[in-house]
Design a protein around this ligand. Structure first.
Ligand code: IMP
Ligand code: MG
Length: 171
């Protein structure tokens, strides 16, 4: 069993969540938001972030994969489970765990534009800029991190370790 080291502790996560939620509330004003959580990794981030946001909101969930079960991306994004809501003319806030190559968020943005959302923004807890292969604009970013394999706070290593309450890494 590999040892997990702490990269970002719970206190730092919570501080950042407060800041991001304030920024989101300022930007959206009194607009309604559809929060689109990308399963499974963004689950913890979605819950903790949106509990702090007072806007009228509804949730939907999508499962996409660009990763399979390996630790390197394939560039091909597949919809494993589609959302249920009609996004036409809605403000959609995509909530993602981590932007790595950028393929997943690039795909998601185009997908929602195709479904004629009024606005599409991205909130990502983490970003590994060194790994980027396609440019994506992250509207609300938790933390920029080095190129390490992250686990915890929703992120998995072959489905395990999501329940760690902090952001960790394994070497
Ligand atoms: P992208 O399409 O390469 O940007 O991949 C993003 C997806 O890859 C994320 O939603 C994660 O599921 C997964 N991923 C990327 N880096 C990590 C990591 O360090 N740990 C766990 N999952 C990761
Ligand atoms: Mg994911």
């Amino acid at each position: 069993m590999e040892e997990v080291k702490v990269l970002i502790n719970q206190e730092k996560i919570e501080e950042r969540l407060d800041e991001l939620a304030d920024q989101i509330m300022r930007d959206y004003g009194d607009e309604e938001i559809i929060v689109l959580c990308i399963l499974k990794g963004a689950l913890f981030f979605t819950v903790d972030l949106t509990k702090r946001i007072k806007n009228k909101m509804i949730y939907d969930f999508m499962k996409v994969s660009s990763y399979g079960n390996s630790k390197s991306t394939t560039g091909e994004v597949k919809i494993i489970q589609d959302a249920k809501l009609d996004f036409y003319d809605k403000n959609v806030l995509i909530v993602e765990d981590i932007v790595d190559s950028g393929y997943t968020m690039d795909f998601m943005k185009k997908y929602l534009e195709m479904r004629k959302a009024k606005s599409v923004k991205i909130a990502a807890m983490l970003s590994k800029p060194e790994r980027r292969e396609v440019e994506v604009k992250i509207d609300y970013l938790g933390f920029e991190i080095p190129n390490k394999f992250i686990v915890g706070y929703g992120l998995d290593n072959e489905e395990y370790l999501r329940n760690l309450p902090y952001i960790g890494y394994i070497e």
